[in-house]
Each structure stands twice: as structure tokens, then as C-alpha cells.
Design a protein around this ligand. Structure first.
Ligand code: ADP
Ligand code: MG
Length: 453
């Protein structure tokens, strides 16, 4: 059977197992390029579709093809955009290379020793008036690690670049000093879990030892350890041990030290004794510059009037800016036409819409349950099954994102869970959606559905 025929038959079977909108969105423009050595190579029109189909429909597709052709053992997916048609490539090896290049482009690897993600670098951190002081402080740390600006405390609202700046700084130190200076990045949630586990297993000594061997300790979002006594205590000891040995400490928070009220006084005054830098909201110029950099990173382009429209209307932070940019690029990729000012404006308005006041938490929970076709009872149940955990985390994320609900009340709404579960899920997803376009798109879709009710 020629690939095209085979694929058409397979699709008609797949269509029965996938909802209509999903089929139309993700699979309609797919193609079977070839079969060779038991591998069927399927092309999809863009990266979003590729990741989505790969994650969700791999099994269904494999089964459908194997029904028609038993020799197929595996499916591989590639992106075949109109501009860069892979049909022109003759051999599978060539296709594979393009495929691998795309992968290495999108999947950065976090270094398990340092927890640093090479995606973040200081050279990709665009500097403007709102962040130049913090950037200068970071440069100061590089020149004189552990001495001049110690501890360095960076604070600012969500999405203003704290993680990027600290991770970039960590990467720079690591590379510059050829790994001779030991850098470690840790989110304060991860630090907390480590301390809690260490106490439970009576392995606190190991943890202490481990942290004392570090030369540069980066702790992200310190506000989350606030009020957790044991963790604070442990952090304080680690902090002192490192500080007294001239080790560098870099901390971020969503607010300045004196607004961390329950943080132990002695810890707070330690922070205040170092260098404190603030990240402010970016001005128009910086928003433009960041948009242009992101477009370059994504190897995409948009007309100048669209870029400046985005920069004019999306002001809050870089995360929102990138979210809107992703939506617009997604629209452009799926429609395969240049976006008009009018559609761009609609997308921006939709994305930056203020929360609709009369939406209540139950509607959010129901929206998520409906989307995943599970019951509300299952969603809020104690079960840790994977197919429930993921929707539950998304529900947590959206309760916070749409309604700005406090962590304890999110926990309560979702089957009386502890607030730390809500904190964990929210911060995990906040990080993931930046890296994972499919998840990002999925969450936006659910959010749109909930807001349109
Ligand atoms: P925060 O940790 O303060 O919440 P992040 O560091 O996660 O913010 O930044 C949010 C997004 O914006 C990330 O994708 C990051 O790469 C990007 N970003 C933030 N600041 C800059 C900057 N100055 N230049 C380029 N990208 C930035
Ligand atoms: Mg962060």
C-alpha cells in the first residue's frame, strides 16, 4: 500500500477514537512520509502539533497503522512546514537530521549537578532601565565571587526575570571558572522538601555536608520558605556556614526582605546586609527589545507594526509578553497566513483580559474536569493516578491564575489538600508552561473555555 493510502485508512480509524475538534486541529494536516525498517515517519505542520500528537496520540496511531501493516513497530514525527518542506529531502537520514536539530533546539537539558538550565544565559538577558541595576549587580558578583555583593538579593514581581537572571548568572560563573567554582541552584520548594525528607530519614548531616561544599548557592523564590520554621532554621545555618567561608549566596523573592514578615529576624537582617536589587516592570523600549530577541530565538518573524502593538498593549511582565507572542505565532502557524493587526489585537485582548469577577472556583474546577473528561469527584479525590494528577495540577494553576485564590483555599477546594501541594503545583506549572508549548497551549485552551462560559 502506498503511504498515502495507508495513512488515509489509518486516519479514518483514528478519527473514531479522537474527538472531532482534536482531530481537525491536530491531525487533519498530517501526512505519512514513508515507512522504513519498521519506522513510520509522520509529518505534522508545526511544532505544537508535533509535540501534542506525539504525547497524546502516539499509541492510537501506532495501533491504527499496525492494523493495516504489521511490520511497523514505531512512529516518528517530524515537522513539515510549507516554507521548509521536508518532502524535498530524499533520504530518511536527512529528515532525521532536521528532526534532531529541532529537538535539540527545543529541549534544553538541566544540568543535574548544578540544576542550571543552559536555556538561561546572561547574554540572552536583555537589559533596559528597569533591570539594569540588578544586571550590574550580577556582573559585580561575577568579578568578585563571594566578596563584593554578598548576599545578592534580587526581588520583583512574577515574570520580571528573577529566575532568568539568577540562572544566567550561575551559568556564567560555571562556564567562566570552568566548573572549578561549584554552583548550585535550588528553588526554595525543592530546598524545603529536601530538608523535610532529611529530617524524616535522619539524614540531615548529609544535606548539611552537601550544601557546605557549594561555592555559589542560588535560592529562588525565598518567600515560599517563609514561616516554615525547620526549613528556615536549616537555611539559616547553611547560609551562615557559607557566608563565613566567603561563599556567594544569591537569593530571589517576590518582595523586599522587610516585606517578608514571618521570616526570622536574623535571616532578614542578613539579607539586608548585602546587596539588594529590584526588577521593575519593563518600559516600552525593553518590551520591544525582548519581543525581538524572542522572535529570533524562535526563528520566527512578525511585521514591525504587530510587534509594537504587542509591546504597547502587554505591559505587565515578560511572561505575559511571551505568552501573547506564543499565541500570535501559534495562530500564524496554524492559519499559515500573516496575521492582521485586527486579529492580533483580538488575541491580545483575549489574553490580557482581566479576570471576570463572577467566575467562581467551582466553575474553574468543572471546566478542568470537563476538559479532561473526568468527574469532579475524581479530580478532587485523594487518588494519585497520573491521569488525575495532571488535571489536578492544572486546576490548581488556574484557580490561582484566574481567581488569584490563596494557596490554603485552593487546597481546601480541591479535596482539603495541604496548601503546600497547591504551592508546589502552581510553581511547577508556572515554570513548565514557559518551556512546554503544548502544555502552555492546553492551559490557554482550558482557560478560554472557562472564561467564555
Ligand atoms: P520570574 O522568575 O521573575 O518570575 P522569569 O525569569 O521566569 O521571571 O522570566 C519570565 C520569562 O521572561 C522567561 O521566559 C525569561 O526568559 C523571560 N525574561 C525575563 N527577563 C528577561 C530579559 N531581561 N530578557 C529576556 N528575557 C527575559
Ligand atoms: Mg522565577
Amino acid at each position: 500500500m502506498d503511504p498515502n493510502q495507508l495513512w488515509q485508512s489509518a486516519l479514518s480509524e483514528i478519527e473514531l477514537q479522537v474527538s472531532k475538534p482534536n482531530f481537525v486541529t491536530w491531525l487533519k494536516n498530517s501526512r505519512l512520509i514513508e515507512r522504513q525498517d519498521g519506522v513510520a515517519l509522520v509529518s505534522l505542520p508545526n511544532n505544537f502539533a508535533k509535540e501534542w500528537v506525539e504525547n497524546k496520540y502516539n499509541k492510537i496511531i501506532l495501533a491504527a497503522i499496525r492494523n493495516l501493516d504489521e511490520t511497523t513497530k514505531k512512529i516518528e514525527f517530524v515537522v513539515e512546514s510549507q516554507q521548509n518542506s521536508l518532502t524535498k529531502l530524499r533520504s530518511r537520514a536527512q529528515v532525521k537530521k532536521v528532526f534532531l536539530d529541532q529537538q535539540s533546539f527545543s529541549e534544553w537539558r538541566v544540568d543535574p549537578q548544578t540544576n542550571l538550565n543552559p536555556r538561561y544565559s546572561l547574554s540572552s538577558f536583555v537589559v533596559g532601565s528597569s533591570n539594569e541595576l540588578a544586571y550590574a549587580a550580577a556582573q559585580g558578583v561575577i568579578k568578585d565571587v563571594g566578596k563584593k555583593y554578598n548576599p545578592l538579593f534580587i526581588y520583583g514581581g512574577v515574570g520580571l526575570g528573577k529566575t532568568h537572571l539568577m540562572q544566567g548568572l550561575g551559568n556564567e560563573i560555571k562556564n567562566l571558572y570552568d566548573n572549578k567554582i561549584k554552583v548550585k541552584y535550588v528553588s526554595s520548594e525543592a530546598f524545603t522538601s529536601e530538608v523535610v525528607a532529611g529530617m524524616r530519614n535522619k539524614r540531615m548531616e548529609d544535606i548539611k555536608e552537601k550544601y557546605r561544599l557549594i561555592d555559589v548557592l542560588i535560592i529562588d523564590d525565598i518567600q515560599f520558605i517563609e514561616g516554615k520554621e525547620k526549613t528556615e532554621e536549616e537555611f539559616f545555618h547553611t547560609f551562615n556556614a557559607l557566608y563565613e567561608n566567603n561563599k556567594q549566596i544569591i537569593i530571589s523573592s517576590d518582595r523586599p526582605p522587610h516585606f517578608l514578615p514571618t521570616l526570622q529576624e536574623r535571616l532578614r537582617s542578613r539579607f539586608e546586609g548585602g546587596m539588594i536589587s529590584k526588577l521593575d516592570q519593563p518600559d516600552f523600549e525593553l518590551r520591544m527589545a525582548v519581543l525581538k530577541t524572542k522572535l529570533q530565538d524562535k526563528e520566527s518573524s512578525l511585521p514591525d507594526n504587530i510587534i509594537s502593538l504587542i509591546a504597547t498593549k502587554v505591559q505587565k511582565n515578560f511572561r505575559e509578553l511571551e505568552g501573547v507572542l506564543n499565541r500570535i505565532l501559534f495562530y500564524q502557524n496554524t492559519k499559515n497566513t500573516d496575521i492582521t493587526l485586527k486579529s492580533a489585537e483580538e488575541i491580545i485582548n483575549e489574553a490580557t483580559q482581566q479576570p471576570i469577577k463572577n467566575i467562581n472556583p467551582n466553575q474553574v474546577i468543572k471546566g478542568v474536569a470537563d476538559h479532561f473528561e473526568i468527574s469532579i469527584a475524581d479530580l478532587i479525590s485523594p487518588s494519585r493516578k497520573k491521569n488525575l494528577v495532571e488535571p489536578r495540577q492544572i486546576a490548581i494553576y488556574l484557580l490561582r491564575d484566574i481567581l488569584d485564590l490563596s494557596y490554603p483555599s485552593i487546597g481546601e477546594k480541591l479535596g482539603n489538600r495541604d496548601h503546600t501541594t497547591a504551592i508546589y503545583a502552581f510553581s511547577k506549572l508556572s515554570k513548565e508552561i514557559i518551556k512546554n508549548q503544548v502544555l502552555n497551549h492546553q492551559i490557554l485552551t482550558i482557560k478560554d473555555k472557562i472564561l467564555k462560559v
